[in-house]
Design a protein around this ligand. Structure first.
Ligand code: 13P
Length: 343
């Protein structure tokens, strides 16, 4: 695998106005979302849901890559086609989540370190054979009284860089995801400070460990006030704070930044990305794209409710959100036209 192949894949994932779709929820996370809607928490319901997503008509016109979970990359549609082949046929590049989850960090109550490095070289080789061309790893940074600790930022940055180097060795583009969580009552300024510290630590480690910046993508949080913070800044203030934080920390060699949604509403996730691109897009060195899970999937999951009769309407809801974010990449998302309808 040449460096050029990594660069080509990274660029293809953020080319034009498309973005990534994260559909890599662990079974536990998937079940939590199913339980709220009374959907059975079974392997076959998970397969049905993922089939609905990968076969949604028109998805390939707005989605460049889809991040799968270990179970999903091995599954097939009811017609017998592998999900990987269905995605590839729609022009969507298959990717895979390769971390094994955030586990309590010893000696640091309330904080986590993401695991999954043991045996990763072998797992990456297997996923590459199955058709994956990129991979994702999420490190989690929690904000709170005295948090995050320096230790939490450093161990997660170190693991992200070890994973990224292994991915590139295997010919997979790493999507490096350090997430500063929205939970808490912290201010936007505090989120900016922590996100800046975290991204700085991540890029120090990426450089130290020899990761090719041109052959990777960054998947960060936006700079937001905590969910319980009484002061909630405007869409424009969030956009400007996020862009300014990224300018300070992300080298121009990185081809693209694809945000996670982190629990924002679907409309806000679109509106904030839109404002970044409308206000600064043409003056930035990297593409600003999306790699949302909840902000693209949730309205569709609400429409599906586990009922085969709702598949078509759920697929329309899914593609609608993907199209809204595609418009946000161009800075032409119409917030008012997309307002949630009463009832
Ligand atoms: P959300 O967009 O729901 O935050 O999910 C993105 C993701 O991939 C989490 O790891």
């Amino acid at each position: 695998m040449t460096a050029q192949a990594l660069i080509d894949t990274a660029q293809a994932l953020v080319a034009g106005d498309k973005g990534l779709l994260a559909m890599d929820e662990s079974n536990a996370t998937c079940h939590k979302r199913f339980a709220k809607l009374g959907i059975p928490q079974t392997e076959s319901a998970r397969r049905d849901w993922r089939e609905l997503i990968v076969t949604a008509p028109g998805l390939g016109a707005c989605i460049s890559g889809a991040i799968l979970f270990d179970e999903t990359i091995r599954q097939r549609t009811s017609a017998g086609a592998s999900f990987v082949s269905v995605l590839s046929g729609a022009g969507i590049i298959p990717g895979i989540k390769v971390d094994t989850g955030a586990k309590p960090l010893a000696g640091h109550p309330g904080e986590t370190v993401t695991e999954g490095l043991d045996g990763l070289r072998e797992r990456l080789a297997e996923y590459a054979v199955m058709g994956a061309r990129f991979a994702k790893w999420r490190g989690v940074i929690t904000t709170g009284a005295g948090l995050p600790s320096r230790a939490c930022i450093e161990v997660n940055a170190h693991a992200l860089a070890r994973y990224a180097a292994l991915c590139q060795e295997a010919g997979l583009v790493p999507v490096v995801e350090p997430e500063v969580l929205m939970e808490g009552d912290h201010s936007l300024a505090r989120c900016a400070e922590i996100t800046e510290e975290t991204l700085h630590a991540v890029f120090v480690q990426l450089r130290l460990q020899g990761v090719l910046l041109e052959g990777m993508l960054l998947k960060p949080n936006m700079v937001l006030p905590g969910q319980e913070c009484p002061k909630q800044e405007s869409v424009e203030e969030v956009a400007d704070a996020t862009v300014s934080c990224l300018r300070r920390t992300v080298p121009a060699a990185v081809p693209g930044i694809a945000f996670l949604s982190g629990g924002q509403s679907a409309q806000l996730a679109s509106a904030r990305l839109n404002a970044m691109n409308a206000r600064a897009g043409s003056r930035l060195p990297w593409a600003l794209a999306f790699s949302y899970s909840r902000a693209v999937q949730q309205p569709a999951l609400d429409a599906w409710k586990g009922d085969a009769a709702n598949v078509a309407v759920a697929q329309q809801a899914l593609v609608h959100r993907a199209r809204c974010n595609q418009a946000a990449r161009r800075g032409v998302y119409d917030v008012l036209a997309d307002a949630p309808k009463p009832g």
